[in-house]
Design a protein around this ligand. Structure first.
Ligand SMILES: *Cc1c(COP(=O)(O)O)cnc(C)c1O
Length: 218
């Protein structure tokens, strides 16, 4: 789908027919996409992008940023503490904080680099054993730790379980964000972003619906 078509769907789901008034940010998920597809999207005016791997993002975004002003880069994949330095240097929003250990690693790097990207906490709303993110009951504790460390926590992020209806997960994330006064809610992907917006998403992470299917790894 074209970027304009996606933006129109976002605006319609948000109940806002005029694009420029949409309060929902499209995060274009460019992971695994070839550089030409990304530059097309930049040329079309897109500036907010999501990547799930620090290394892949580091291999191309510094160059792209030289050519395009105003890029805002979100880390949407799991972050290991030992990659905190690269993540802090590169990303504007780190959406996947999910442990005290990572919070400490990020805070140490942010201080060292004097660079303070925004942070969202990833919540494992389905409490799936194999999935990243913190259990809902542990959110209050992690949030307190992160704030004490000086992290700029401004939102929550979730990826609902594949086999569930996403509604209850989006609703739970919304409730948790409201309880903790967090303004940003990153939820909704290609298949369910309109539902997520109706349940309060401020950031939707859209890959395949925007770029087409990701190329298969060779
Ligand atoms: C890949 C990915 C997306 C985008 O998924 P699509 O279904 O292609 O829109 C969104 N969020 C995260 C965390 C991802 O890893």
């Amino acid at each position: 789908m074209s970027r304009d078509a996606i933006l129109q769907q976002i605006a319609a789901a948000a109940g806002e027919p005029r694009l420029s008034h949409s309060g929902v940010t499209l995060v274009a998920v460019s992971k695994q996409q070839p550089i030409e597809r990304i530059t097309e999207m930049l040329d079309a005016g897109q500036r907010v992008f999501g990547e799930n791997r620090v290394q892949e993002a580091a291999s191309r975004w510094p160059d792209l940023r030289q050519k395009y002003a105003g890029v805002e880069l979100h880390l949407i994949g799991h972050l290991q503490s030992n990659k905190a330095a690269d993540a802090v240097a590169l990303f504007d929003v780190i959406e996947t904080l999910d442990s005290d250990k990572l919070a400490r690693a990020l805070a140490a790097e942010m201080q060292k680099q004097d660079r303070w990207p925004e942070v969202y906490i990833q919540v494992n709303t389905g409490e799936e054993a194999q999935k990243d993110g913190i259990a809902p009951r542990d959110l209050t504790g992690l949030l307190a730790t992160a704030r004490e460390l000086g992290l700029k926590v401004s939102g929550l992020m979730c990826i609902p379980p594949q086999d569930d209806l996403p509604e209850m997960h989006f609703a739970l994330l919304h409730k948790l964000a409201a309880r903790h006064n967090l303004p940003h809610l990153s939820m909704g992907m290609s298949g369910d972003f309109e539902t997520a917006i109706r349940l309060g998403a401020t950031h939707v992470r859209i890959g395949s619906a925007l770029f087409g299917a990701r190329p298969q790894a060779a």
